[in-house]
Each structure stands twice: as C-alpha cells, then as structure tokens.
Design a protein around this ligand. Structure first.
Ligand SMILES: [Zn+2]
Length: 107
C-alpha cells in the first residue's frame, strides 16, 4: 500500500494522495486567491475532513516548495501588498523565513 504524501494515511495501491487530501486539494484550488485565510479554513472544513487531518495537510511539504499553508499565505500577502501599492512578491520560502524569525524572537 502507498502512503499519502500529505497526511501519511494509506492512499490505496496506486495513489500518492488519499481521498481526503484529494478533496482538500480540489477545494484549495477553488478557494485560493478568492477568500481570506479564515474563509479558506472554513471552506476546507466544509469538505467534512477532520480538522487535525486538514492541519497535517496544510503543513505538509511533499515537494520541498513550501507547505500549502505557506504558499497560500504568500499569495495572500502578495495580494495585500499589491492592494497597498507595494511592489514585490512574497514567496513561500520568504513567509517561512519570516515565521521562523518571529518564532525565534518570541522564545
Ligand atoms: Zn492524505
């Protein structure tokens, strides 16, 4: 049996992503760029997938390109900066770096 690349649950014989995470991925594509982060999380919960699984899904980084949470946060930050007239893009890496820095400073 294969394991899901996001939540490590069994994903069946062929899939790399389990049924729940497939549902979440589809919802992410629907919601990203359109809603606030709170609405985004609500939208994911509406799929009926348990919250702890959603959190595991959001923080997984199967491709090494940053977790879904970091990617979505980066997109939202870039959007906000555009609205405020600040040029430049936040990458998922950048968000991660900022968060790590904040975490270190609050220690
Ligand atoms: Zn999964």
């Amino acid at each position: 049996m294969c394991k899901c690349i996001y939540c490590a649950a069994s994903s069946g014989f062929i899939g790399r992503v389990c049924a729940d995470c497939k549902k979440l991925l589809a919802r992410v594509q629907e919601l990203r760029g359109k809603v606030s982060f709170g609405q985004f999380l609500d939208g994911l919960e509406q799929t009926g997938v348990p919250r702890d699984k959603i959190l595991r899904f959001l923080t997984a980084d199967p491709d090494g390109k940053g977790s879904i949470q970091d990617q979505v946060t980066a997109e939202m930050t870039s959007e906000l900066m555009k609205v405020m007239g600040i040029s430049g893009r936040q990458s998922a890496d950048e968000v991660k770096r900022i968060r790590d820095t904040l975490a270190k400073e609050s220690e």
